[in-house]
Ligand binder design. Sequence first.
Ligand code: 4NP
Length: 164
Amino acid sequence: MPHCAPVRVLFVCLGNICRSPLAEGVFQAAVDKQGLSDRFKIDSAGTGAWHAGQAPDRRMRKTASSHGIQLDDLRARQFTVADLGGFDHIYAMDAHNLNDMLSLDRDTAFGSRVSLFRDLDPEPGDGQVPDPYYGGTDGFEEVFRIVDRTCEALLLELAKEYTL
Ligand code: 4NP
């Protein structure tokens, strides 16, 4: 079988400590389970820099861990303009994140790589992954359910697109 370049997937939220690291962890686990680890490069980033270098939020780690997903080794980083060219598919957790990324795309060269994560959600609601940061535990569980089913749909979609 010829060598194929990995499909590069980036998940982006505001702080890179709640929603996007969860998406990274859940999608990586789904890919690993399907034996497709070497076909993907998966990462996450935040449009803001406040939490750069930090592990994911303790509440998000706890919720993920209760569903068998470990996020402890991830560290937040800020999204940069270089990420627009460095990833094939960039998924924004909400419309703010999407607009912030597109505003960095001054030559409008990479806009087609950037989309809303919940466009792939079979139950898309309002299209946003709600920010759980200032809410209670229920918010983290809700984010997990959204991210889990959307990552499953995303993997099916990309497997079809790249005939994996
Ligand atoms: P995230 O959640 O974007 O899902 O990582 C947030 C984390 C931190 C902040 C906002 C949202 N914050 O304002 O510090």
